[in-house]
Write a protein that binds this ligand. Structure first.
Ligand code: SAM
Length: 287
């Protein structure tokens, strides 16, 4: 718990608390988050007007300063000096966990570099909430944040993920979800399993499972399903399945020019798939 300054700890530096807030349902705030937000000296909030709704709901009257993507660097010196003077500071973003596709990284790094204690008050995070209900492997996953807004850059980013074998988590906005899903299906494969989690913890919460192409089509045919906030989770690439698919395409092309044994030998050299497997594929293809 934060403590206010007393004569005995006047020279003790304060603590920077990184506090998660709800991603929709206000009841998801933790008791400790309310305690910390109520008792620190100042709250650094992404948007003070937005957070005032949360504060008035929980009767919190702590003063706020605004810290956002545009002014974060400029605000750091004043916050560090307050921390050095023994004041406790809490960092919050508009929703969920600060620093996760939200401001705060520069402040946390600067505080750590200055030897300030940085302490988490954990809670909601949209990507973890979505992953917990997706039904896709959770033992290894990768968070990609938001894809680039421009189509060419987005497809390039997706192409880089083609061989990613871990479950892939992405955030998407209402403006781009339709185009992004279409690009995901085109680049990562129409048949890749995925989950679209929309408006989690809110009135219109929906979690839809399917193959990328069918999800893209389903959403584009239902305008209501394109509204709100989205997390998209995609199954990782099955390395073996994908390399066999590539090898079989190459083999079929080679079989047009070469006998089976030779085609299998060349395809094995290029793809690394075993010559025996490819020869069997070539024999099957000739039947
Ligand atoms: N810091 C936040 C967190 O911990 O999840 C994320 C902030 S980021 C600016 C906002 C994005 O998170 C949205 O565009 C959406 O992709 C995702 N998101 C936030 N709340 C969500 C919700 N209730 N349901 C689905 N996605 C959500």
């Amino acid at each position: 718990m934060p403590t206010s300054n007393s004569k005995t700890d006047q020279h003790k530096a304060g603590v920077l608390y990184v506090v998660a807030t709800p991603i929709g349902n206000l009841a998801d705030i933790s008791q400790r988050a309310v305690q910390v937000l109520s008792s620190v000296d100042v709250v650094a909030a992404e948007d003070t007007r937005h957070s005032r709704v949360l504060f008035s709901h929980f009767g919190i009257s702590t003063p706020m300063v605004c810290i956002n993507e545009q002014n974060e660097s400029a605000k750091i010196p004043a916050l560090l000096s307050r921390l050095a003077n023994g004041e406790n500071v809490a960092l919050i973003s508009d929703a969920g966990t600060p620093l996760v596709s939200d401001p705060g990284f520069l402040l946390v790094r600067a505080a750590r570099d200055a030897g300030v204690q940085v302490s988490p008050v954990p809670g909601a995070c949209a990507m973890i909430a979505a992953l917990s209900v997706a039904g896709l492997p959770t033992d290894r996953f990768v968070f990609e944040g938001f894809l680039p807004a421009r189509a060419a850059a987005r497809r390039k980013a997706l192409t880089r993920l083609l061989g990613e074998t871990r479950t892939i988590i992405m955030y998407e906005s209402v403006h781009r979800i339709e185009n992004s899903l279409a690009d995901m299906a085109q680049v990562l494969g129409a048949e890749r399993k995925a989950v679209v989690a929309r408006e989690l913890t809110k009135k219109f919460e929906t979690v839809v499972h399917g193959r990328l192409a069918e999800l893209a089509q389903m959403l584009s045919q239902d305008p209501a399903s394109l509204k709100g906030e989205f997390v998209v989770i995609i199954e990782g690439s099955d390395g073996l399945r994908d390399s066999l698919a590539d090898a079989s395409k190459l083999l079929l092309a080679l079989l047009e020019e070469l006998p089976a044994a030779q085609a299998a030998r060349v395809a094995a050299k290029i793809t690394g798939v075993s010559r025996k497997t490819l020869y069997q594929m070539a024999v099957d293809a000739a039947r």
